[in-house]
Write a protein that binds this ligand. Sequence first.
Ligand code: FAD
Length: 458
Amino acid sequence: MKTTRRNFLKLGGATAGAALVPRLSTAAPVANPKAVAEPAREIPVAGEADVVVCGAGPAGVAAALAAARQGASTILLEVHGCLGGVWTAGALSWILDHQNKPGFMREILRRLAEQEGRTLSRQQIPSNAYDVEVMKLVLEDLCTEAGVQIHLHTRVCAVVRDPQNRVTAVITESKSGREAMHGKIFIDATGDGDVAAQAGCKYDLGHPETGQTQPMSLMALLTGINAEEIAAFFRDDDATDWAKPKDALRVDMERGGHSPSYAKPSLFRVRDSLFALMANHEYGVRGHDARDVTRATLHARKELHQLINGLRKLAGPWKNVRIVATGAQIGVREARRIHGRYRVTEEDLREGRLHQDAVCRVTFGIDVHATDSKKEKGIEKPAFRSKAYDIPVRALIAKDVSGLMMAGRCISGDFLAHSSYRVTGNAVAMGEAAGRVAAVAAATKRLPQEVKVNEWKG
Ligand SMILES: Cc1cc2nc3c(=O)[nH]c(=O)nc-3n(C[C@H](O)[C@H](O)[C@H](O)COP(=O)(O)OP(=O)(O)OC[C@H]3O[C@@H](n4cnc5c(N)ncnc54)[C@H](O)[C@@H]3O)c2cc1C
């Protein structure tokens, strides 16, 4: 886009020249000696679209795809160098609650299978596991084919609202500097709810009593092991007892000299001799605090190497085990839960509440990774067994500002409900619905809450 005086976005009242470089005004003196004042400046508008999706995890990719396929011009902003979020940058390798999801989830699984990116279980049944590198390519192909404008290595760092409290632009930071992206409807799919928080939306965080969030985990991809030789240590989809292999793995890790911080270490077979490992818990850290995330990442990576080096010393089936990759991003299970026009609660799970404006039916149960390592280092015992329940589209529409939707783990819900709906089969379905609603709203100059169910469903 050509940069002219017209497509500079005024922030903080600076006056612009027709220069190509944003002109800065002089910083005002600040009272706090430990603070600096950022000079007011004009930001070049680098993009404009009907729908702007922030964050390209499972939810964001699905949202962008849905919007673009509905004919909306669509921008997708992602801070990492690939699409997929926890699926790829997080090296997850395992998809939950996808079985009852039609639409994009099925399409993604089909495309993965066509490119030999989907594992077969020992009984040759398609597994929940997938190849992270194939997933990256599948998501890029899908978005490119749909005409989504992808911006990688681009972080959303601020939000612009008009006097009516409607989001009109997001500000990004990248190698190209600070830029603005104009849109009609915005979708916060950052997982952590960054955009909604920047827009001033209220949110909940952590356990209602302690404020603690579930621990983070850094995933690792392993090679040098043979499925037959380590059959006692990993879970296959058709395995009947999932606890036994985890306990066996923990015992071997302890024999190797290190007790894992996650008491239920899990191996997933991706293909041949490639496995994914989740063996680490980082407690007492918050996903929206860069220092916490850094500390957790450094600590987790060290632990994973200790664990694998210890296993290798045991020789036997572990003699050649190696880490081939750890996630570029530590897995953050939960961060902000943005207030929406509906809040999914534990009562919904208890009663199995269904909604006419449902975006998906969640069948995955309550899954709280222990927040207090002094009491428990595994999974907390669920207070009750949840029933299948619906997520209504209202939980995807921000309450405190206009023109903003959420998709994925940052939607509106309580601590317990979040532990169930956050898995990726649901994140994709949420994104798909959000993208459709946003496209209709943008095309008809309405807000998401004004779009009727029959206009986006079906
Ligand atoms: C360790 C771990 C294990 C899990 N196990 C499973 C499992 O086995 N199966 C399963 O289905 N689910 C699992 N989950 C849950 C699931 O992975 C997440 O809840 C899911 O990825 C949520 O999708 P999302 O798109 O909302 O968020 P994310 O996958 O977190 O994606 C958010 C995206 O937004 C980007 N982003 C964030 N902030 C910004 C910003 N300011 N600007 C631009 N981009 C930004 C991120 O880089 C990322 O790509 C697990 C999660 C963790 C952490």
